[in-house]
Every structure is written in C-alpha cells, then in structure tokens.
Design a protein around this ligand. Structure first.
Ligand code: ZN
Length: 286
C-alpha cells in the first residue's frame, strides 16, 4: 500500500466537462503494473499458457470506473512498443482515498512462462474505451437522472435520493421518505412520470457538467429542495451534473441531451421499508 500511496491522483478525462464524457481514447504513461495472475513466479504455469492478469495504473485515463451505481467501462489497452501487447480491460476501479484509477486487465497475447519482462513504469500505452458499451451505460445512468427531474418537477420534494442502480438488469432510483407521496397519488405516479418523461425528452434539454466549490454548490442545489447531503464530500470542489434542468452531485458519464433518452420509460414503483423505488428501463420492442 505504501507504494500505491506515492502514486499521484489519476487525471480522469471524463470528469471536468461534458466534452470529457465523449473522450474514448487516449495515450497515457504507465505508473504501476502489478501481476495478479499467476501471482507467484515460483508457480509459473507450463510454457504456452497465455492467460495473464495485471492491474495497471496510468497518469491519466478516459475509462470510467465502476461506482455511483454505474457499471465499469470496458475496452482495451495496448502497448505502443513493438511487439504490442494487447490487454483486455475487465473492470476499472477508483480509490477515494488515493484518487487513483486502477485498470484490472487480462491478456492472452504473451506466453506467461517465457514472457520477456512486462512493461515497466514510463512505458506509453494506448487506452481505448469500448464506445458502444460506454454510450449504453451513459444512457442507463442518465435515465436515472431523468427520473429525478420528473419526480421533482411533479413537486415531490419530500423524497430524498438514497440509491441509484443503473445496471441494465433492472435499473431503479430509490428515495427515502416514500410516504410523503400519498397512497392514492402513488397509484397514478407511473403514468404521470412517463408523461413528464415525454415532455422532458421532447424539449431536448442539454446536459451540463461543471466543477463547483462545495459551499457554493450546496447553497445552489439546496435552495429550493433540500435533498442533498454535502457533508459526504471531502474535496473542496464537487462535480455538479444537470440533466433535464435538475442539478445534482454526480461522478458518472452522461448523454449530451434528453433527446438521447427517447427509448426509456418508467416501468413501475415499489415501496420498500418506507422508501419509494422508481423502476425504469429501455422500452421493450413491440
Ligand atoms: Zn450522473
């Protein structure tokens, strides 16, 4: 852990602006490579075995790590030296303690037993995000924001966002204070949310992203609806994302505007231990 502590924070290319959400490739300098399989050189597999797993840290990265309810980016990392080694990115993670992004990768393009030394710190790599997967994850994540916008534009300010799950297998947004929505209103909530969805999508509202001083952001966002707890943020600046005119702190990737969410709909609601869960999904083909 001591070695990792000396590594500087990773420059996350998707983070500071909306444009960063559409950067899919970058060159980067390797800062650290750790072999994770096989772990022990004393137990090298037979010659010819080619599955090698490594963790890689770079000075910068276009990859979005798994977190905030959004699945990991996938893609490839290739060394720019000859012969090139191609690593498949299986998962990307982020440490809030060190602000370092780690790419968990595998490769079958080298013989593990006889491989010449693996790339060393200082080597240059090409980092390539799977663009189709990223766009899909951005859409599922952004549709969760659209639920927020629809909820608050219907006036349900007693609902406090407490969880978002933006994976493709049953995404939802969950709010504390579900009982602040009267039972008879809950019965008509899904069609009313979908009506609001249609309106917000037709308005094609551009997404906004900015880094803002924490105190300033808290004053702005909690002025009308006091739904955000800023005490959880340790940094001086907070990333504020606006989708369908609703602002919230968020670290994910997003679509450029609401018209990109035209194939999403609210599919149901559920009360769970006093919380209101709003389920949404891509519309199923008719
Ligand atoms: Zn977001």
């Amino acid at each position: 852990m001591a070695a990792l502590a000396s590594i500087p924070p990773t420059e996350r290319l998707y983070l500071p602006s909306l444009e960063g959400n559409f950067i899919y490739t970058s060159t980067a300098t390797l800062l650290k490579l750790t072999k994770t399989f096989p772990v022990d050189d004393a137990e090298l597999p037979e010659a010819g075995a080619t599955l090698l797993k490594v963790d890689m840290v770079f000075d910068k990265s276009p990859f979005h790590p798994q977190g905030g309810g959004q699945p990991t980016d996938l893609g490839q990392i290739r060394s720019t030296s000859t012969p090139s080694i191609v690593f498949t990115v299986d998962k990307v993670s982020f440490s809030f303690e060190t602000n370092v992004v780690t790419h968990h990768c595998s490769t079958t393009s080298v013989d593990v037993a006889t491989a010449s030394p693996l790339p060393a710190p200082g080597a240059e790599f090409s980092l390539e995000v799977d663009e189709e997967h990223r766009k899909n994850m951005s859409a599922f994540h952004s549709a969760g924001h659209l639920v927020d916008s629809a909820i608050y534009s219907l006036g349900y300010c007693g609902l406090i966002p407490q969880k978002g799950y933006h994976f493709t297998d049953g995404p939802y947004v969950e709010y504390a204070g579900g009982k602040s929505v009267a039972e008879d209103e809950r019965k008509t909530l899904v069609p009313r949310l979908n009506e609001k969805f249609c309106q917000l999508i037709a308005d094609d509202i551009p997404t906004t992203i900015c880094m803002q001083q924490k105190e300033e952001a808290e004053a702005d966002l909690n002025r009308e609806t006091k739904v955000f707890d800023f005490s959880v943020f340790k940094e001086a600046e907070v990333r504020i994302v606006g989708i369908a005119n609703f602002l919230c702190p968020c670290g994910g990737t997003h679509v450029p505007s609401t018209s990109h969410l035209s194939d999403f709909e609210v599919t149901g609601i559920k009360m769970k231990k006093g919380a209101l869960r709003v389920k949404y999904d891509r519309k199923k083909a008719q």
